[in-house]
Write a protein that binds this ligand. Structure first.
Ligand code: ATP
Ligand code: MG
Length: 145
């Protein structure tokens, strides 16, 4: 049940962010959205996206996680309102070890999004990025039903 996965992950992050004055906007359909997936892997993908949204979007103090579904597809979206990803980097961020600010120390390895992409592909889906720097960044995992 994908609605349940989204709610579970949202609760996990609400507890983790407690006191950080980050707004977490959660949207899921009221009904169950059932799909045969590897739930722990999909949870891993959502955590990778949320961890990025927190790490790179923190000044915006806004995070969103959304599940939508139509007859053919389900979409998980993770949004932030941080500095975003300039257009010239957008095609590359899913590559292993690619980081936009590669000079900065003490952050990640650059594998989180490569794993998200692998997990989406393993479910016959894909992952899309739309980013307007300093306005809104959205990663969307799209899976066929
Ligand atoms: P880790 O392996 O710990 O996830 P990482 O976060 O650097 O390390 P990815 O998650 O693959 O690696 O992200 C790759 C790069 O894409 C990041 O280094 C960052 O520059 C950029 N990026 C990813 N998500 C966002 C986001 N929400 N806002 C702005 N930049 C982002
Ligand atoms: Mg990451």
């Amino acid at each position: 049940n994908l609605s349940e996965i989204v709610r579970k992950i949202a609760v996990e992050y609400i507890m983790m962010l407690d006191g950080d004055q980050v707004e977490l906007d959660v949207e899921t359909p009221d009904e169950d959205i059932l799909l045969p997936i590897d739930a722990p892997l999909m949870e891993r993908a959502l955590r990778n996206l949320l961890d990025n949204a927190i790490r790179y979007g923190k000044d915006g103090r806004y995070l969103g996680i959304q599940l939508t579904a139509d007859d053919q597809f389900v979409n998980f979206s993770v949004k932030d309102k941080g500095k975003g990803i300039p257009i010239e980097h957008q095609a590359h961020v899913f590559e292993r070890f690619y980081r936009v600010d590669s000079g900065r120390k003490g952050e990640g390895l650059g594998i989180g999004l490569a794993i998200v992409k692998d997990i989406a592909y393993a479910h016959q889906g894909n992952v899309e990025l739309k980013s307007t720097p300093n306005v809104e960044t959205v990663f969307r995992i799209k899976l066929p039903r």
